[in-house]
Design a binder for this molecule. Structure first.
Ligand code: ACM
Ligand code: ZN
Length: 544
């Protein structure tokens, strides 16, 4: 791909637009149980929208807001109080009488020609029920402008639904390429539409520091700009174009976290340490082993200069940074990276060597492990939990740490076997920066290819685990590294439809998953993505 502002329109614009009718509901992710009945409910401007309990009021307001753009109906939710009990509400959301066995995110939904009734024990469950409700309607519902003349019918149906995993994530790398605030919100909104609930936000790396830290202003003054980047189409040459400064202010971050919270998405920040830290070292070179000087990396790949694990000021710096991070992000888990930390500087550094001697650490893997344990203690003392890439296992895992298994599944298996929580994210099935097919003309990508069918085939709980170890696999996540994704359109193209497949892997019981049926539903779901103007990668046979 030579023009970095365009995704290849052979895949993006050629279409199967409008081809499929919705005879059978095409919900993605597939619900646990769905029984189609006779008849349909028709939404109208006069439809009553009611909440049965105060806990359902906010979701009812959200539903009204989600219905408004395409229908043009401005439904005003009202309480379904005792005095109106005799009147059947047309749409009722309630926590009363909800089935607790469906868990914290489950719901049941009953549509008849006269009423729509949605029950869940929590607002998250009600929110997911609303997502299903929207997908029962014509795909034009997903348009952002009024679609006059559409009959807003939902087939009569009863649905009982609950997720398989509690961590259903997508990671977006905003270091290699920065993504503007409105796009980050849109990315989160699309996650929520697919009942995903974790946005892992990769905010720092060798190539750019993207989060404002008030105590260390040089991080964004020096670390958020690079002199050039690898050239699209030829990664061995620079493009000669300064990139940045690009970063998110604390105010913008709070706005994004609030936006996500309203949609039941937890934003998990990732602050990389001890490796992938060159942008921070460019700002504060005294935090390295050698003293520098440095500038943010202008090539992709891994940088040999990392934080010095021997200097106390490095730990203090990271605690200070995390203190500000904790104030911005309520997430119970904080991701500290931990991957791909070259150890060559540590082997030569007197501070690192002195640390190893003082603590009886036999090699630099144990030094990395010691470093991560300090951070684990800091997070635990502040009521949070550490999660890191599977390299944090090397040299011994910190007591409270959870592991994100990316180099295959072995890290996940080892961590679960040792009683640690695990999120599975192996590059073999979850790296959406790989190409979507081996076809000529597929856009430039990191390497290889990962077709839709392979993502869909993923079984996150490794067969090696015993029955008692399996619950430590808390979920699954797709990763969108952006070395070769320059703009929002490229990110959407890489993410969709693979994120739809992953959402189903994360939500739907294995026994309810079948690729042929997913492919059928995906044809119709594609119309929804079109209505939302998502730059998704069209279905083609080489994705199967
Ligand atoms: C990674 O892909 N380095 C986690
Ligand atoms: Zn050192």
């Amino acid at each position: 791909m030579n023009d970095k502002n365009q995704v290849d329109d052979r895949f993006c614009l050629a279409g199967n637009r409008g081809a499929v009718a919705a005879e059978t509901p095409a919900i993605i992710p597939q619900p646990t149980e769905l029984i189609l009945k006779d008849g349909a409910f028709e939404l109208a401007a006069t439809t009553r929208l009611q909440f049965g309990t105060p806990a359902a009021a906010e979701t009812a307001r959200q539903l009204a807001a989600m219905l408004a753009p395409a229908t043009g109906f401005h439904l005003i939710p009202t309480a379904h109080g005792a005095n109106t009990a005799a009147i059947q509400p047309a749409i009722l959301l309630t926590t009363a009488g909800a089935d607790a066995t469906l868990g914290e995110e489950g719901y049941d939904l009953s549509v008849t020609p006269a009423t729509v009734q949605l029950r869940a024990t929590t607002s998250a469950g009600l929110f997911y029920g609303c997502q299903t409700l929207l997908q029962l309607m014509p795909s034009a519902l997903f348009a952002e402008t009024v679609q006059a003349g559409t009959k807003w019918r939902l087939p009569a149906v009863t649905i009982r639904d609950a997720p398989r995993y509690r961590w259903r994530g997508l990671m977006l790398d905003c270091s290699r390429h920065f993504m503007p605030v409105p796009f980050v919100k849109r990315f989160i909104e699309l996650l929520a539409m697919h009942k995903m609930n974790r946005f892992h936000w990769h905010l720092t790396d060798d190539q750019g520091w993207r989060i404002e830290i008030k105590k260390y202003p040089e991080l964004t003054r020096r670390g958020a700009i690079r002199t050039e980047s690898p050239r699209p189409g030829n990664r061995d040459r620079g493009d000669g174009e300064p990139y940045g400064p690009f970063f998110y202010t604390q105010e913008q971050i709070r706005e994004i976290v609030d936006y996500a919270t309203e949609r039941h998405v937890v934003v998990v920040p990732e602050i990389e340490m001890p490796g992938h830290a060159l942008a921070a070292l460019a700002a504060y070179p005294e935090l390295s082993c050698t003293g520098g000087s440095f500038r943010p990396r202008t090539k992709w790949g891994v940088e040999p200069d990392v934080y010095c694990a021997g200097k106390d000021q490095v730990l203090q710096f990271n605690r200070d940074v995390l203190t500000e991070v904790l104030a911005m992000f309520p997430s119970p888990f904080i991701h500290i990276g931990g991957d791909e930390c070259p150890k060559e500087r540590w082997k030569e550094c007197p501070h690192c060597q002195a640390r190893m001697t003082a603590h009886g650490l036999k090699d630099t893997h144990e030094l990395q492990s010691w470093f991560i344990k300090q951070i684990d203690q800091f997070l635990a003392a502040n009521g949070r939990r550490l999660i890191g890439w599977d390299e944090i296992l090397e040299g011994g895992l910190a007591p409270g740490a959870a592991v994100m298994s990316w180099r295959g599944v072995h890290g996940g298996v080892a961590a679960a076997a040792a009683g640690h929580d695990v999120v599975m994210s192996p590059s073999s099935h979850c790296y959406f920066d790989y190409g979507q097919s081996g076809a000529v003309g597929e856009p430039e990508c990191f390497c290889g290819h990962l077709p839709l069918a392979t993502v869909y085939s993923y079984e996150p709980t490794p067969v090696e685990l015993t029955v008692t170890q399996r619950p430590y696999v808390i979920g699954v996540q797709g990763n969108i590294w952006t070395e070769y994704l320059w703009k929002p359109a490229h990110v959407e193209y890489a993410a969709y439809p693979r994120a739809c497949a992953l959402a189903e892997v994360a939500w739907t019981a294995a026994a309810r998953r079948e690729f042929g049926d997913f492919w059928r539903r995906m044809q119709l779901h594609g119309q929804r993505l079109d209505a939302r103007r998502v730059q998704w990668r069209r279905l083609s046979d080489d994705q199967r």
